[in-house]
Design a protein around this ligand. Sequence first.
Ligand code: NDP
Ligand SMILES: O=CC(=O)O
Length: 327
Amino acid sequence: MKKKVLAYNRVEKPVLDQLEKEFDVRFFKNVDVENDSDFLQWLGETEGIIGLALPVTKELLDRAPNLKIVSNVSVGYDNLDLPELTKRNIAATNTPDILTDTVADTVFGLILSAARRIPELDHKVKSGNWTEPLGPDHYGIDVHHKTLGIIGMGKIGAAIAQRAHFGFDMEILYHSRRSKPEAEKRFDASYRELDQLLGESDFVCLITPLTPETEGMIGKREFRLMKDSAIFINGSRGKTIVESDLIEALEKGEIAGCGLDVFEKEPMDLHNPLLSMENAVTTPHIGSSTWETELAMSELAAKNLRAGLSGEKPPTMINPEVWDKRR
Ligand SMILES: NC(=O)C1=CN([C@@H]2O[C@H](COP(=O)(O)OP(=O)(O)OC[C@H]3O[C@@H](n4cnc5c(N)ncnc54)[C@H](OP(=O)(O)O)[C@@H]3O)[C@@H](O)[C@H]2O)C=CC1
Ligand SMILES: O=CC(=O)O
């Protein structure tokens, strides 16, 4: 009998088609996971979960007694209660590396869009309001030769630094839990304590995972430490910042603008003030969303799932101690 698999929200079609040949798969999209009876019934029987951003809580796990693996189609895994999965010997996997360059491209797109006011000016042209040559009211600021502060010099942070250093001659400052000698050598990057980085950077780019330590790490105090000409970019998770404090900082002119791919609530509420702020460039959490990268992520997640269900070690495990215990 085929093993039962629950697919959630996003698994690319060719990969889902293949998985359906190998397993008994049910696909769910945006269901109310606490109350959808079909979902809960399948959860009770399933051995593997594959998908994007399913909140895997203790309560959900209580309803999934046969579960052996949760295969996230994302590098971030803040949706998982990892200690609880590990305690129950359930493997957890993610999709690192293959999305790094794509996400760095997105972040750089936000930097350029916010600095050069591209969405705002695009709207001006298309709405028929480009009726005379534009002047200082519509100037942007340079990106090249400015100072970029990266909070979270991990894989994506380093790929952003690479673009900034080699492509735009920017000075790179960074803050992480540990110093990064390789980034210092390759990109001439300099380590700074967080407060110092905030005060010295023209562009502040946040790209850490969401953890108890990073939740709300950028709020009122941190926005005040930034230059009033600074542009703040968030590619990490919405909850790493206090969104209402960002809105206040923009309203008061404590910073000049922002570029956001992630939000406290996704999709955003229609009354969110960011929606009407011209100096806030927004994208709908599409950091890794290119055809090539989404397919590669689904393929890697499927590889992890297959391994986890056939007793092999999944290639990109987040909790390898589960595997060590199983052997
Ligand atoms: N917008 C989007 O679509 C996407 C968003 N992301 C987000 O980007 C995150 C990073 O991905 P990736 O670069 O691959 O991950 P990595 O694990 O390679 O890098 C994470 C970095 O964050 C640093 N970090 C962790 N905790 C802290 C802290 N408390 N203070 C300062 N720095 C900290 C780590 O520092 P150290 O090395 O010193 O431990 C590390 O340098 C993901 O977890 C996800 O949330 C990822 C993909 C797409
Ligand atoms: O947000 C996306 C991820 O891969 O993490």
